[in-house]
Write a protein that binds this ligand. Structure first.
Ligand SMILES: [Zn+2]
Length: 160
């Protein structure tokens, strides 16, 4: 019985692990104004980071006089401006430290070009709190404790 419980816990942990890599994707299509291709997120330790992928066409080959000057984020209703230095690529990623991963966030983003103005806001992306991480740790501890507990009484039956 305890073996089945352990197997179940391993499966739950695998599922939770896979969920960590999930990130929301949004797409917008704009011509001249910069477009937010996607708003993703990932955890580093207990911190959640945003990955905002921006594309800006035509390529800023005119030189540094034409570029995305600002990335505007609206996080849980609060506006955050991330001023940018001239880009050398048409698609680039802007990272932003959202905060602790025990909180949830709703995020939308848009980008400002100094020639073409603001692009459209991305769809609202919901970053869920990483309750999975807590569960993962708890389940691991429980699994280890169970394994230790079951080892002694089943020592003679370990050949099955
Ligand atoms: Zn432009």
């Amino acid at each position: 019985m305890s073996r089945k419980v352990l197997l179940l816990m391993v499966w739950v942990q695998l599922l939770l692990g896979a969920a960590f890599f999930a990130s929301a994707q949004v797409r917008t299509a704009e011509a001249l104004v910069p477009a937010v291709d996607s708003v993703g997120f990932h955890d580093v330790g207990s911190t959640t980071w945003l990955d905002v992928i921006v594309s800006h066409e035509p390529p800023p080959s005119i030189g540094s006089s034409h570029y995305v000057t600002n990335i505007q984020l609206v996080i849980n209703g609060t506006t955050v401006n991330l001023s940018q230095t001239p880009q050398s690529q048409t698609t680039f990623t802007v990272q932003y430290q959202l905060g602790t991963n025990t909180d949830s966030y709703s995020v939308t983003a848009r980008a400002l070009c100094n020639v073409h103005g603001y692009g459209a806001y991305s769809s609202v992306v919901t970053v869920p709190e990483s309750i999975g991480l807590v569960l993962f740790v708890v389940l691991t501890v429980v699994a280890v404790l169970l394994a230790k507990k079951t080892r002694v009484p089943h020592a003679h039956a370990s050949t099955r």
